[in-house]
Design a protein around this ligand. Structure first.
Ligand code: C5P
Length: 303
């Protein structure tokens, strides 16, 4: 029986400049995404009906997952099938490693993986432009999950273009056991920043650091405008960010809308040392090491 497996990466926002909400409620962004080596794998098999099964590692047990009906994978299948005028069928299995509701775009990775896998499984040969358009309909971060690498995101984050990135960057990621709702964090941002600018703060300095591969300059220019809102909703994140710094990370940052915190380190060994030190704390038993940039959603089975 025919099957396709696609691997899709988590993302970090190295720069997340947020402007005042637009008329449609979304916030204008200037963001720099980086795909990092934490992946969800999605396998789609031929079947007469539609089903989605999600497998999580032990440390994610107990975290609420969406039902098959409101799973973003089902939404991806529905939109892709509608685009081609066919019925969505398949048996999909998702193996998660990206923290759920953690600010690392795990759901977006699964949506991107589903688009690529089902396009192949159904043999419908969707054009890149159509795939990106459908991805944008599914969520602001989904086009980037297709693209991968390091990219500038504008609009509400869905307009993506690759940027020059000559470095290899080492990150430690510390997920929380309880997720944070992205809309709630944006709402709190609005309360904290009633005078946010219409045009989001630009990423120019950070882009210059990426282009020359300077880790100290990158550490200095990392920016997340949602960080104070996330830390206000989860005050313990403030202490975690401090702790990472004192254990040797160059900089700590809330990932996207949080609550996962990421720490930029000077090398692979540096990242392992910081991860080892942070892993001693029973308040956050899971500590992950990942490097970037890595590829976007891609097939890992052929034939
Ligand atoms: O696009 P996505 O489905 O990921 O967005 C989830 C929610 O996050 C939106 O409904 C909105 O509340 C908020 N959001 C926003 N501005 C953005 C992206 C997301 O306000 N640029």
């Amino acid at each position: 029986m025919s099957a396709r497996t696609v691997r899709a990466p988590a993302k970090i926002n190295l720069h997340l400049g947020v402007g005042a909400p637009r008329e449609d409620g979304f916030h204008p962004l200037e963001t720099v995404y980086q795909a990092v080596g934490l992946h969800d794998d999605l396998t789609a098999r031929e079947a007469d009906t539609w089903s989605v099964e999600v497998e999580v590692p032990d440390w994610m047990r107990g975290i609420a997952l969406p039902t098959v009906e409101d799973n973003i994978v089902t939404r991806a299948a529905t939109l892709l099938a509608r685009h081609h005028g066919i019925e969505p069928t398949g048996s999909v299995h998702v193996t998660k490693s990206i923290p759920v509701a953690g600010g690392m775009a795990g759901g977006s990775a699964d949506a991107a993986a589903a688009l690529v896998a089902l396009d192949r499984l159904w043999g419908v040969e969707t054009s890149d432009d159509d795939l990106l358009r459908i991805a944008a309909e599914l969520g602001s971060d989904v086009p980037f999950a297709l693209l991968g690498g390091t990219a500038l995101g504008t609009g509400r984050g869905e307009l993506v273009e690759p940027v020059v990135d000559t470095g290899t960057w080492w990150w430690v990621a510390v997920p929380s056991h309880e997720g944070l709702s992205t809309p709630a964090v944006y709402r709190h941002f609005d309360q904290l920043h009633p005078g946010a600018p219409a045009v989001p703060p630009p990423a120019d300095d950070l882009l210059a650091a990426l282009a020359v591969g300077d880790v100290l300059a990158l550490a200095e220019t990392l920016r997340n405008d949602l960080q104070d809102a996330a830390v206000d909703l989860r005050p313990e994140l403030g202490a975690l960010l401090e702790r990472g710094r004192s254990e040797g990370a160059l900089r700590g940052l809330v990932s996207g809308s949080g609550p996962t915190c990421v720490f930029l380190c000077d090398s692979a060994d540096g990242a392992r040392a910081v991860a080892g030190a942070l892993g001693d704390d029973t308040r956050h038993p899971v500590v992950l090491v990942a490097n970037g940039a890595v590829a976007g959603a891609h097939l890992v089975t052929y034939g």
